[in-house]
Design a protein around this ligand. Structure first.
Ligand code: HEC
Length: 194
């Protein structure tokens, strides 16, 4: 067999195989590591880094607050509907600007979807209850969609049919995060979605 063929038929596939194995070797442990360390600790660390507002964690479990921040800011998209406008001036990533969440109105509500308006989720009163809700009320709302402010109606637009599948610990973490964010009055200038 001419050496060129030998090269193509043995060495090249061998290199390809080795590269593949090396690739697996590189990915497999890190995948395994992230499954093992997995965990909520890693999420909580990210959550703490990406929280767009100063957090008051006094009396709260910081690991839960961090996990809650991750669930709200890296996956739940609560900001999309509950912060108006979503981004600070000059911080709109859809205009290729550097992402800056609108901290001044963070989760204060005020996004209008036809007849419904997203609510103010920030903590109320000395007990710092998010939207004025106890955890039991918050959990019930997330799982059933029943409006905590009017039990005769079901919350519209709010993706509770999705969020309601979360494990209780995750709902708790979101709740604890919402307790840690700055309290704000209802948004004085609601804006329509779109
Ligand atoms: C697609 C838009 C949208 C997203 C995303 C969204 N919400 Fe909502 N949410 C709403 C709207 C709109 C309402 C009010 C609905 C109504 O009045 O029928 C609401 C209501 C609520 C209420 C009820 C508050 C009260 O005063 O009783 C809570 C709590 C809440 N949302 C929490 C969250 C959290 C936490 C997240 C993220 C995990 C989230 N929402 C994501 C649109 C949204």
């Amino acid at each position: 067999m001419p050496w060129r063929f030998a090269l193509t038929r043995t060495v090249v596939p061998a290199i390809a195989l080795l590269t593949l194995l090396a690739g697996c070797g590189k990915d497999a442990p890190s995948a395994a590591t992230s499954a093992a360390s997995g965990s909520d600790v890693e999420r909580a660390e990210i959550g703490m880094k990406i929280a767009p507002v100063p957090l008051n964690t006094q009396g709260l479990d910081t690991a839960l607050v961090g996990l809650g921040s991750y669930l709200v800011n890296a996956s739940g998209g609560c900001n999309d509907c509950h912060t108006v406008p979503n981004f600070a001036a000059g911080g709109d990533p859809y205009k290729s600007e550097k992402l800056t969440i609108n901290a001044a109105n963070y989760l204060q509500g005020g996004r209008q979807f036809g007849p419904v308006t997203s609510r103010n989720l920030t903590p109320k009163g000395a007990e710092r209850l998010p939207a004025g809700l106890s955890f039991a009320q918050f959990k019930w709302m997330m799982q059933t969609g029943e409006d905590p402010k009017d039990s005769r109606r079901v919350l519209q637009v709010m993706p509770w049919p999705i969020f309601g599948h979360m494990r209780e610990g995750d709902l708790r973490a979101i709740y604890e995060f919402l307790r840690a964010i700055p309290s704000l009055p209802d948004n004085p200038s609601p804006q329509p979605a779109g």
